[in-house]
Design a protein around this ligand. Structure first.
Ligand SMILES: C[S@@+](CC[C@H](N)C(=O)[O-])C[C@H]1O[C@@H](n2cnc3c(N)ncnc32)[C@H](O)[C@@H]1O
Length: 253
């Protein structure tokens, strides 16, 4: 695993062109989260221009069949942001899949996952985020069964001539956060994703010995997932405290 401490816009140009198989990343969402070094509230135009610059630098390091999984969410006050961003990225990538990451859901009267209350009565609570799957030409073959699910109706297996009891999971991924008792268990980082999110992206890409990059590494969730999938990882993070936590997590993993 390789970890760089610094600004991804400065570090990405030093990486070899066409050398990365999978990018999984969650940039700051520009919604005022309390990161310790990064100011998460910039003008929207400035933020979008900056993200286009980062995406352009990422494009350069992608292999022709690479997959770029971009996790982003808006907020009640800034609902257009993910859509504005993805439209700005259209000249650079093909949007091959749009996955909805469901963090909590009600099925009938049953509820699963962590419900985050929202103040006031105008907005529904935020229970999902976007996971945009971007590729260079829209023709990247995926290992869908790598994140597949067993058939509910087993008679489908023989009737449809499937080789195994697995079907595609589809493009809604239910991945709740682990239950935590104390803030310290979040490693004092305000905006991480659960381990299964990068893990499933790496499995979906499905190539052995993949090189996995996260230019907004945070506390290293993508690199921990890469390690657990036998992949190689490159992480970039500007905040020394988060870099230290990422190194510790990798050592413990
Ligand atoms: C949403 S968090 C990523 C969290 C990560 N997915 C995890 O699970 O730990 C975004 C991270 O980007 C970092 N960051 C912001 N601007 C950066 C830049 N220009 N270069 C590198 N890292 C940056 C922030 O410090 C923050 O840790």
């Amino acid at each position: 695993m390789q970890i760089f401490e610094g600004d991804c816009l400065a570090i990405l140009p030093t990486l070899e062109a066409a050398s990365v198989d999978v990018i999984v990343t969650s940039p700051p969402y520009n919604i005022g989260l309390g990161y310790s070094a990064y100011d998460d509230r910039r003008g929207e135009a400035e933020y979008l221009d900056w993200m286009v610059q980062v995406a352009t630098a990422l494009r350069r390091v992608m292999k022709p069949d690479a997959s770029f999984f971009l996790n982003i969410s808006g907020s009640s006050n800034q609902p257009w942001l993910p859509f504005e961003l993805i439209v700005r990225l259209r000249p650079l990538f093909v949007l091959q899949n749009h996955i909805t990451w469901v963090k909590s859901i009600a099925v009938g009267d049953d509820t699963v996952g962590h419900f985050k209350p929202v103040a006031g009565s105008r907005f529904l609570h935020q229970a999902h985020e976007h996971l945009f799957h971007l590729t260079l030409d829209g023709r990247v073959k995926l290992h869908r069964l790598g994140v597949g699910v067993p058939y509910k109706d087993k008679s489908n297996i023989a009737r449809r001539g499937h080789k195994q009891d697995k079907r595609c999971r589809g493009n809604t991924w239910f991945i709740p956060y682990d239950t935590i008792q104390r803030k310290a268990q979040k490693f004092d980082h305000p905006g991480t994703f659960p381990l299964d999110l990068p893990r499933w992206c790496i499995r979906l890409h499905g190539k052995p010995d993949a090189v996995v990059l996260d230019p907004f590494m945070g506390i290293g969730t993508t690199l921990v997932a890469a390690g657990s999938e036998g992949a190689d990882g490159i992480g970039i993070e500007m905040d020394p405290a988060y870099v230290a936590t990422a190194r510790e997590r990798l050592n413990n993993a």
